[in-house]
Design a protein around this ligand. Structure first.
Ligand SMILES: [Zn+2]
Length: 189
């Protein structure tokens, strides 16, 4: 049967686990909210990806709820890319990894210290990543749109310039805790 692969989420972070950019682009963040085991699974998978792995597609496809997650260490600098696709689609995963790799190789990004980065650089990186790389990669695969209904409030949304010195997994975890608190407050518990 014909099915179109969708990018459900993308996470880019430093060798030390600090976020560069991450977000979901579908309903994964909400599915994980309703499904604590899925969230725990995702966060512990992220946390346990060994920083010492070499280049390339170092992990087999991991089933994460309705998504297939793949991981790659894209640069000698050790930046990592995690992608969740709606299908087990190696070709699309590789196209995304290559696109991100080329982005890091651009003059304006290749010497950036993502631990101490200015907002305009993260803006430029994010814009090229989402509006160019993902759009180009998905152009002949059904197109790319950010369909997450929470927009920038998506709990999987992280950026290097607004993050403190915590790992991407603990930032996402506390965003979910915050979301949960707000939901409870709304329901008057
Ligand atoms: Zn989301």
């Amino acid at each position: 049967m014909f099915s179109v692969t969708k990018i459900e989420y993308l996470m880019v972070y430093t060798h030390g686990g600090l976020p560069i950019y991450s977000k979901c682009f579908g309903h994964f963040c909400q599915t994980a909210f309703k499904n604590p085991e899925l969230l725990t699974g995702l966060l512990s998978a992220l946390e346990s990806i060994p920083p010492t792995l070499g280049d390339g597609l170092s992990l087999e496809a991991v089933k994460m709820g309705y998504t297939t997650m793949r991981f790659s260490k894209v640069m000698p600098g050790g930046q990592s890319v995690v992608i969740g696709l709606s299908e087990d689609d190696l070709a699309t995963a590789e196209a995304v990894f290559n696109g991100v790799k080329q982005l890091f190789e651009l003059d304006k990004f290749k010497d950036v210290d993502w631990g101490y980065v200015r907002r305009d650089i993260v803006d430029a990186f994010t814009q090229e990543l989402v509006d160019r790389v993902l759009v180009d990669v998905m152009h002949e695969r059904g197109g790319f749109h950010d369909e997450c209904p929470l927009g920038d409030m998506c709990p999987m949304h992280t950026r290097a310039d607004t993050a403190d010195s915590r790992g991407i997994w603990s930032i996402i975890r506390s965003k979910y805790d915050e979301l949960r608190r707000r939901m409870r407050a709304k329901m008057g518990e």
